[in-house]
Design a protein around this ligand. Structure first.
Ligand SMILES: NC(=O)C1=CN([C@@H]2O[C@H](COP(=O)(O)OP(=O)(O)OC[C@H]3O[C@@H](n4cnc5c(N)ncnc54)[C@H](OP(=O)(O)O)[C@@H]3O)[C@@H](O)[C@H]2O)C=CC1
Ligand SMILES: O=C(O)[C@@H]1CCC=N1
Length: 270
């Protein structure tokens, strides 16, 4: 199913906040007809209202895709608004954390084609990464449709089992927040060493963005790129001596961070 088919049969979005808006922006840029998009959201943003999509109005009977982008805590209240799409040939595509495929099968009926996904917020600048997994009823074409919709906001990877999505959430779903915090920490450390705040923040942001771009584009591994920065007995070696301490350094801290987020993703299944 391509954008032409979705433009013909319609796409319904349940919830259009940060993640929904990032996806919608990507689809519209790629040529999805705004008239084919029907959004349900209690407080539509001014941006959303300006996109020419239908907002809180009549819905098509059997849209090609139902995109679920509400918070997991809102799911129970939100799903009944679209329960009628069960069995209608609509592909259910979810970006919600925590809510398992089985919850959608229960809501829409067994045999409903479901693709569950986990994106992240760099989606807002087309630099997201989204992991997807389909249920037994989802066809290869459904996974292609999901991949084509989600590739509007960045890379897409396919999972082998649904339970992998908890660790994906811990790594890449929540991961941008860890990196934003690292930027703050790097800037604060620069300030503590006497730099003006704005300069420290500019250095920290550019360093993270530049290192990220280099890690993505270079043929070398992140480990080799780190070695390339590290002169024998130089400044980097002194800094890494702290950051790479086996007991108190980044490795055990990141291990505990991702474990906590992964555990919370499992808990959200309810
Ligand atoms: N933000 C992130 O980093 C990531 C988020 N996700 C997942 O994406 C989903 C959306 O997250 P995000 O976009 O950040 O959240 P937002 O709160 O920005 O968006 C959710 C939207 O759903 C609306 N909403 C609330 N109740 C209903 C309802 N009954 N019917 C229809 N819409 C409703 C909200 O309106 P209102 O604000 O008025 O309540 C809001 O506009 C979540 O499930 C989250 O787990 C996945 C990966 C990353
Ligand atoms: O914090 C959360 O629960 C969501 C899922 C991944 C990122 N944000």
């Amino acid at each position: 199913m391509g954008f032409e088919d979705i433009s013909r049969r319609g796409l319904v979005m349940l919830g259009c906040g940060k993640m929904g808006s990032a996806m919608l922006e990507g689809w519209l840029k790629r040529g999805l007809d705004p008239a084919a998009v029907h959004v349900i959201d209690p407080h539509p943003s001014d941006w959303l209202r300006a996109q020419g999509v239908s907002v809180n109005a009549a819905l098509p009977d059997a849209p090609a895709v139902l995109m679920i982008a509400v918070k997991p805590q809102m799911m129970q209240a939100a799903l009944p608004q679209v329960a009628g799409f069960g069995g209608g040939g609509t592909l259910v595509l979810s970006v919600a954390a925590g809510t398992p495929i089985a919850a959608y099968e229960a809501a829409f009926g067994a045999g409903t084609r479901v693709v569950r996904s986990m994106p992240n917020t760099p989606a807002a600048v087309g630099k997201g990464i989204t992991a997807i997994i389909g249920n037994g009823a989802a066809t290869a074409a459904d996974l292609d449709t999901a991949e084509s919709l989600l590739s509007a906001i960045g890379q897409v990877v396919r999972l082998e089992t649904e339970d992998q999505i908890d660790a994906v959430t811990g790594v890449s779903g929540s991961g941008p927040a860890y990196i934003f915090y690292m930027i703050d920490a790097l800037a604060a450390a620069g300030e503590a060493e006497g730099l003006p705040p704005a300069l420290a923040m500019q250095l920290a942001k550019a360093t993270v963005a530049g290192a990220g771009a280099l890690a993505e584009q270079a043929g070398e591994t992140p480990e080799q790129l780190r070695i390339n920065v590290t002169s024998p007995n130089g400044t980097t070696q002194a800094g890494l001596g702290v950051l790479m301490d086996a007991g108190t350094g980044l490795m055990p801290l990141m291990r505990a961070t991702v474990a906590a987020a992964t555990r919370r993703s499992r808990e959200l299944r309810g």
